[in-house]
Design a protein around this ligand. Structure first.
Ligand SMILES: [Zn+2]
Length: 591
């Protein structure tokens, strides 16, 4: 165990091993907020690069009190906080929250403490303990120390919504995570966790000076929380928190009425209770709540006389909005669900797959059947909850079954009229989907409508995406399609997440919400660094071998060898993460 705080001088250089890809630096170099960096920040990047190399070499040899003392003296004389990284040992780092921390601040401090404990075996100093280094977390409103530190700092004053700043004051022995909001604090601490380097009895903090704000306001995840998750809700809670640490700020569920006999079905009540629980977890992390509702969804016991005329992908018991009494019934049902849940920030009106009706009165679906229910439903939701953003999803509407080109009339009409409840359109992203793929011409139409946009990516986005597989080439095509939309219109989205199938894809999407130009290579480096630790380079090699597009003729053999190498070299904490098991399973499927 190390005692005493160790400060390194960043100018020292060496060819160190371990943590080969520095995600923070790469990310910082391309993040939008970093694109027009001040000279000082650019210098930081250079300093930090050399620091990382130096610090790792020094770490390898640090074990003497004399060495530590010498290093400690440098903190008093160096006078250049951008140059210095810090390592702390057991009980040498304290987390300082404000006098009245928000639930998100309290929770993220606990998560940080747990992460450090799990990876280094170290405890943080308890409240009131005197330490050489303090990590000060919060917002200007929640923490007096943050307020004092932020005074006069233009970069902090100009942080965009949900942005964060990580900065140090070596003279005071303080490192700050300044958030612009709860979500910003959580994302900032998440970033800090990914910048930290963990070894037994030792925690290294690079000399950070990062300012980042997300490009898009709705950085959501549509969590496929189904019944088989309900037996392990603690894991779902933890996963929601992990998504928040990656910058996710919204959580959506689909309440599928068709799974239940009625609203009073005990099973429906059980689902609502679980959703309430998960929303509470999300809210505690500073996240927004989202609900996806198919407009003509109905319970299994729905009156037969109101049923739809069959249409692809839609169960028979859904209601035809053109039949007398249907619209009133649908609104009443959706109102019940809305009122049974905590405040919903974002409500999605979903049109099809499932949904729709093939009767002549509902055809074409976009401007007739869909609109017949979407308009009064949106008005009622807006009346009940005026602050709820209501988004009109157009998934599947560009297919001939759902009206061919009629979706354009819907888009043009809403974009022109802009009812008070209307937040924007949610567009599909599914290049390989036979029915829902979007063309360049269609994307142009949305851009020209000039209404805000969110995106709903297809669940099969990674095609053969079992386990932890990735497909970098496919992501590049998705990214190009996403970046076809006007950046000033694009407000985020809800990728489909079911944890083990989609963790890497989820992280890639979250990164896109923060910075639409960030490369998949950078994101994977950051991912590998965080979850493989000092074996990040080998971990990244393994991810590349697992990539769906990998055509290496010796792929199987290499997967076997690389996995074996990792199995014998990764720290124990790597194997305790559920991702390790998933990666091992993916390897076994292929080798
Ligand atoms: Zn109908």
């Amino acid at each position: 165990m190390v005692s005493g705080i160790i400060i390194w001088n960043g100018r020292r250089r060496s060819s160190a091993r371990g943590y080969p890809s520095d995600p923070g630096l790469q990310c910082g170099a391309v993040a939008p907020s970093c694109q027009a960096k001040s000279e000082r920040e650019m210098r930081y990047v250079e300093h930090a690069k050399s620091f990382l190399l130096a610090s790792l070499v020094l770490l390898a040899g640090v074990n003497s009190v004399a060495g530590e003392t010498a290093m400690m003296s440098s903190v008093q004389t160096a006078g250049n906080p951008q140059n210095e990284g810090i390592a702390v040992g057991d009980a040498e780092l304290a987390v300082v929250l404000g006098a009245k921390p928000s639930p998100a601040e309290k929770r993220v401090a606990v998560l940080l403490t747990e992460r450090i404990k799990n990876r280094t075996g170290m405890a943080l100093a308890g409240p009131g303990g005197k330490t050489e280094l303090r990590l000060v977390i919060g917002t200007v409103a929640s923490n007096e120390k943050i307020k004092a530190f932020s005074a006069g700092r233009k970069d902090i004053a100009s942080l965009g919504a949900d942005g964060y700043c990580i900065a140090s004051d070596a003279g005071k022995g303080e490192l700050y995570v300044v958030g612009q909001s709860d979500s910003g604090v959580v994302a900032g601490v998440g970033r800090l966790m990914r910048e930290m380097r963990y070894t037994p009895g030792k925690l290294e903090l690079p000399p950070l000076q990062i300012t980042e704000a997300p490009q898009m306001p709705n950085r959501g995840m549509y969590l496929w929380a189904r019944k088989h998750f309900f037996g392990k809700p603690d894991q779902v809670d933890r996963y929601i928190e992990e998504l928040a640490l990656w910058g996710c700020n919204a959580l959506a569920f689909w309440f599928e009425m068709g799974m239940f006999k009625s609203f009073d079905d005990p099973e429906a009540r059980h689902w609502l209770a679980m959703y309430r629980r998960f929303y509470q977890t999300a809210r505690r992390m500073g996240m927004k709540t989202g609900l996806i509702m198919v407009v003509n969804d109905a319970y299994k016991s729905s009156p037969e006389k109101l049923h739809i005329s069959p249409i692809i992908g839609c169960p028979k018991h859904y209601l035809c909005p053109s039949k007398p009494g249907s619209v009133r019934q649908i609104i009443a049902w959706q109102e019940q669900v809305l009122k049974a849940l905590p405040r919903i920030d974002i409500y999605n009106l979903f049109p099809a797959d499932p949904g729709g009706c093939a009767c002549s009165d509902c055809t074409p679906w976009p401007t007739r059947g869909y609109w017949r229910i979407a308009k009064p439903l949106a008005e009622r939701i807006h009346q009940i909850s005026p602050k709820t953003e209501i988004w009109v999803d157009t998934w599947h509407l560009n297919h001939k079954t759902f009206g061919g080109k009629d979706w354009k009339n819907l888009v043009a009409s809403l974009a022109k009229d802009r009812p008070a409840w209307f937040a924007g359109f949610e567009v599909g992203l599914a290049p390989h989907h036979r029915f829902a793929a979007m063309s360049a011409e269609e994307r142009k139409y949305y851009n020209e409508a000039k209404a805000p946009l969110m995106v709903f990516p297809d669940i099969s986005m990674w095609r053969n995406h079992r386990g932890m597989l990735v497909n970098r080439e496919y992501w590049k095509s998705l990214q190009a399609e996403l970046n076809d939309y006007s950046p000033e219109l694009m407000k985020g989205g809800w990728p489909y997440s079911e944890r083990w199938n989609t963790d890497i894809a989820s992280v890639v999407f979250l990164s896109w919400f923060w910075n639409s130009k960030k490369t998949v290579e950078t994101v994977l480096d950051e991912y590998a660094s965080f979850y493989f630790g000092p074996e990040a380079k080998t971990g990244r090699e393994l991810l590349n071998l697992l990539d769906d597009a990998c055509k290496d003729p010796e792929r199987r053999e290499k997967i076997r060898e690389t996995l074996a190498k990792l199995e014998s070299s990764v720290p124990a904490w790597v194997k305790k993460d559920w991702r390790w098991d998933e990666i091992v399973k993916s390897c076994r499927r292929l080798k």
